[in-house]
Design a protein around this ligand. Structure first.
Ligand SMILES: [Zn+2]
Length: 265
């Protein structure tokens, strides 16, 4: 989609092509009003999934108070029109959503053209394993998490400590990037390998270790043994309080759609 947009930008327009057609707000009011109850979702999958299958699946999973319709915009890109506005919040707060272990990147409807829609980011609960107990803090969560993506939350109690076998950090990942297996940290001159596991980790391409390929397709020739289902963590309920949203560095939003490749683990 990006390539097409770039090509159009380079065209020298004729007078007729360049004549501006004013679209009045009242002409799009109906969609704007409906858009308040809409979500747009891209299923990261090689196979085309029928919208009826999507509807049937998420009807069972979301268990909403009202009904909803699904419109297919293009390949695996759907607009969900919810009957009740509150259901939108329920779906968004319950993210992330998988279909057959494939990621459905879900955004609020913003009326963008297809070229400008972006489905490259999704938030995951990432677990930082093997940390010493005195490192189970909000600060350490943000510090390590910021090297992986944009940190939204650290699962800690009111005292800022995350008691548990691992530290849970909610991180917005660029799904086109290689999934990190860990981080190396230093504590008082001691090297600590911090393995990462991911709750609700979707299928990855075993060749390039990405959830989603960028425009150029798969560029990997990876070793299957280097990645595996051990990267998946079982989802668990929140252990502590809620940390307010903050951006402590990490990835910036950029880029656009790409093609898909083979999926592995
Ligand atoms: Zn790949």
């Amino acid at each position: 989609m990006e390539d097409l947009g770039e090509r159009w930008n380079q065209l020298k327009l004729t007078e007729d092509e360049n004549a501006k057609i004013e679209i009045r707000v009242e002409q799009i009011e109906r969609v704007l009003a409906e858009g308040d109850r809409c979500l747009e979702g891209k299923l990261i999958s090689e196979r085309r999934i029928n919208k009826e299958v999507i509807k049937m699946n998420f009807k069972k999973v979301w268990r909403l108070n009202g009904s909803f319709m699904v419109h297919e915009i293009c390949l695996n890109l759907f607009v969900f029109v919810l009957e009740i506005q509150k259901d939108k919040e329920k779906v968004m707060s319950g993210k992330l959503w998988l279909f057959d272990n494939q990621l459905l990147v879900l955004n609020v409807f913003d009326g963008m053209t297809l070229q400008k829609m972006c489905f490259n980011y999704e938030s995951f609960w990432v677990r930082l394993n093997n940390l010493p107990l005195d490192c189970m803090t909000r600060e350490v969560g943000f510090q390590i998490g910021a090297t992986i993506g944009i940190v939204h939350e650290v699962d800690i109690n009111d005292e800022g400590i995350g008691w548990g076998s691992d530290l849970r950090v909610r991180i917005e990942l660029d799904v086109r990037k290689i999934i990190a297996r860990g981080r190396t940290s230093n504590l008082a001159s001691n090297r600590i390998w911090v393995p990462l596991t991911y709750e609700k980790l979707p299928k990855l391409c075993f060749k390039c270790r990405r959830i989603k390929h960028d425009g150029g397709g798969c560029d990997g020739n990876g070793d299957k043994n280097q990645y595996g289902s051990w990267l998946r963590a079982r989802p668990s309920p929140r252990r502590g309080g809620v940390e307010s949203k903050q951006n402590h560095g990490g990835a910036q939003r950029e880029g656009s759609e790409g093609s898909q490749g083979s999926v592995g683990i």
